[in-house]
Design a protein around this ligand. Structure first.
Ligand code: AP5
Ligand code: MG
Length: 208
């Protein structure tokens, strides 16, 4: 049983590590960004509401995001643990989360800004949730489902800069928030995917 929050800048590798944790520890991976993008793709009322905000690199309002996560964590598959990726992202969201779930650890994937910019620039996504990088995967179709890969609309350079600014201003304070509660575990995310995953596993296993 582990309720895990993944922290880290845009492009740090939260989604990549979450997919590996999900497979090894059999925990549901809940990415608010993926949920929003799915709604945008499907043209739902939520998708219509959040598209312009996400395309500008700003944050979706706390109230809306908190309600969404609260609902999701109430699903039966979360009763033995979960991986939250991209939530909480503000102090208000972290405080709200404390009201309906007990976080066991917040794993911060630490990567320098220059590195995340390169990672985001080369990122390719699949609608099934798989994430690739052009430096390690040069095909245009997903290895898992065969769908055509695409670049995220908010991965344009000027939007990435805004996302990094928003991260520094609103999300970085969560590092202290969880450190103060003795829940923060920082891993060096500057190595490759596998090296980072080894560090992540050590943290998870050490806490069990
Ligand atoms: P979200 O989808 O959460 O985006 P993000 O936080 O900007 O993070 P990313 O998904 O860009 O990066 P990641 O850390 O997952 O990196 P990845 O594993 O893909 O949010 C998008 C938007 O939705 C927000 O801007 C906001 O508008 C809204 N939103 C979402 N949640 C919200 C909330 N709680 N409140 C309000 N608004 C919210 O890796 C990146 C690339 O690097 C990939 O190509 C990958 O293959 C590669 N890579 C990964 N790890 C490594 C490694 N170790 N070495 C080399 N390459 C690597
Ligand atoms: Mg992600």
């Amino acid at each position: 049983m582990a309720n895990i929050v993944l922290l880290g800048a845009p492009g740090a590798g939260k989604g990549t590590q979450a997919a590996l944790i999900k497979e090894k520890y059999n925990l549901p991976h809940i990415s608010t960004g993926d949920i929003f993008r799915k709604n945008i793709r499907e043209g739902t009322p939520l998708g219509v509401q959040v598209k312009a905000i996400i395309d500008r690199g700003e944050l979706v309002p706390d109230e809306l995001t908190v309600a969404l996560v609260k609902d999701r964590l109430a699903q039966p598959d979360c009763k033995d643990g979960y991986i939250l990726d991209g939530f909480p992202r503000t102090i208000a969201q972290a405080e709200a989360l404390e009201g309906f779930s007990k976080v066991d650890m917040a794993i911060n994937i630490a990567v320098e800004n220059e590195a995340v910019i390169g990672r985001i620039a080369g990122r390719r996504m699949c609608k099934c949730g798989e994430t690739y990088h052009v430096s390690t995967y040069d095909r245009e179709e997903c290895a898992k489902c065969g769908s055509r890969l695409y670049q995220r609309d908010d991965d344009r350079e000027e939007v990435v800069r805004e996302r990094l600014r928003v991260y520094d201003e609103q999300t970085k304070p969560l590092i202290d928030f969880y450190a103060n509660r003795n829940l923060l575990r920082t891993v060096d995310g500057s190595g490759g995917v596998d090296a980072t995953f080894e560090l992540v596993c050590k943290v998870i296993d050490g806490n069990r």
